[in-house]
Design a protein around this ligand. Structure first.
Ligand SMILES: Cc1ncc(COP(=O)(O)O)c(C=O)c1O
Length: 427
């Protein structure tokens, strides 16, 4: 296909008219499709229905250590849940706290506690003139919303296929004591599906922050969310690497079973050094008597162990892999060679990231919306919702049916082509 940029103005005009005729057909279809949020589809949720039978009125809800899960207690979670989630996170159960139903909530809490009470005896962040966070971008919109909510100044750092631009990260954290943290989705990142290289993880563990209370917020939300049996990404375990590097307290790790069992009814967890855990428990004991142990037990009885979880994730992959592949095929078929965008082809996670020509993302999303397809808002993947190049769009293929997804992807590529032609014709 001829790259659009090499066409004459006349050729561009003709191509645009043809595409607009196609677009009109989509408009007449009265579509109402949603590719905006990374939610599991019904078939995926159905996979976990067996968990509802794991406990019943006649079941013994006693843990291995004798804890009655029906009663108060167990601030940091039941042991067998720590073992299961520890295997999932590749951490020792002793380094884990099991929380409630959302890891995002744990991240919010972690920032909130640093604001009001400080980290390991350091000054609370709210008493400082300025607090800053590094935000590898494009990134996860809800991370950015948390830091924005607390008035923390967000500094975008470029994302690359091997992780954040580490030269910039190292330099900034070393020279500015106001920088207190960095958001990371190290495996199958949201939205690109990138996984950090060994070198990136090693450099993270060896950061020399000017702020003694700087922390890496390592959100390993997609740690076992592979799409393939053979093409899988693996990353170095950061907590152990920090210990090896002599920086044991540098990182907070987060995870949950939201996209393994039920979003909103899973179990969330935090892994950290024993020092950090003590600090956290000092607050946690004032916040709750304990989280939902019945749900923890239900998860353990359902999966039994990490092997059960891994098998379960293969079933998820069987449901969503064809969706990712369908989107990739349509993008390849409709856009390859036109020079109007680039997109990622992840081995796992929940998203595909699309880069339009500069200045086109908002218009593409608006055009798709006018024809009945909702995408994640352009800009959402950047701090403050401001994409400096107006070029990133997050594509979430898991929720719609395969047929709806194909229709939505076709409309999307059509919008990309129309908007790109219009942009090039302007120039
Ligand atoms: C990177 C990342 N972290 C966290 C979450 C939400 O996790 P939870 O449901 O445990 O709050 C999501 C959901 O999309 C996510 O993409």
């Amino acid at each position: 296909m001829t790259p659009y940029a090499e066409m004459t103005k006349d050729e561009m005009r003709r191509a645009r008219e043809e595409l607009l005729a196609e677009y009109e057909k989509f408009q007449n279809m009265g579509l109402n499709l949603d590719m905006s949020r990374g939610k599991p589809c019904k078939e995926q949720l159905d996979l976990s229905m067996g968990m509802m039978d794991a406990l019943y009125s006649g079941a013994d809800l006693t843990c291995e250590d004798g804890t009655d899960c029906r009663n108060y207690g167990g601030l940091t979670g039941i042991r067998e849940a720590k073992v299961l989630i520890g295997d999932m996170m590749e951490n020792n159960p002793d380094n884990i706290i099991i929380y409630g139903n959302s890891s995002l909530n744990v991240m919010y809490d972690t920032i909130s506690r640093a604001m009001t009470h400080g980290i390991l005896g350091h000054k609370p962040w709210c008493k400082l003139d300025r607090v800053k966070f590094l935000c590898p971008s494009p990134g996860y919109d809800r991370h950015f919303k948390i830091t924005e909510y607390f008035g923390i100044e967000m500094i975008p750092v470029d994302m690359t296929p091997t992780g954040p631009d580490m030269d910039t990260v190292e330099q900034l954290v070393a020279e500015d004591p106001a920088i207190k943290g960095i958001w990371c989705v190290p495996k199958y990142s949201n939205p690109q599906g990138y996984s950090y290289s060994d070198e990136t993880v090693r450099r993270f563990a060896r950061l020399k922050p000017a702020a003694p209370d700087f922390r890496i917020f390592w959100d390993n939300a997609y740690c076992i969310h592979h799409l393939y049996d053979t093409r899988q990404d693996h990353i170095i375990e950061i907590l152990a690497e920090c210990k090896r590097a002599g920086n044991p307290d540098l990182v907070y790790k987060f995870a949950s079973t939201s996209k393994i069992t039920f979003p909103g009814s899973g179990i969330a967890s935090l892994a950290a050094s024993l020092n950090n855990l003590e600090d956290i428990k000092d607050q946690l004991k004032n916040q709750t008597i304990g989280h939902d142990k019945v749900n923890q037990l239900r998860h353990v009885r359902f999966f039994k162990d990490i092997h059960g979880m891994v098998e379960h994730m293969r079933k998820h992959a069987d449901v969503i892999r064809p969706k990712f592949e369908a989107v990739e095929e349509i993008f390849d078929r409709d856009l390859e060679g036109l020079g109007v965008g680039e997109w990622t082809k992840p081995n796992g996670g929940y998203f595909i990231s699309f880069e339009t020509l500069p200045g086109c993302a908002k218009e593409v999303v608006a055009r798709a919306k006018k024809a009945g397809v909702t995408m994640t808002g352009a800009g959402a993947t950047w701090p403050y919702g401001k994409d400096p190049k107006d070029s990133n769009i997050r594509v979430a293929p898991t929720y719609p049916s395969l047929q709806d997804l194909k229709t939505a992807a076709e409309l999307f590529t059509l919008c990309v082509r129309i908007v790109s032609l219009e942009k090039l014709m302007e120039e």
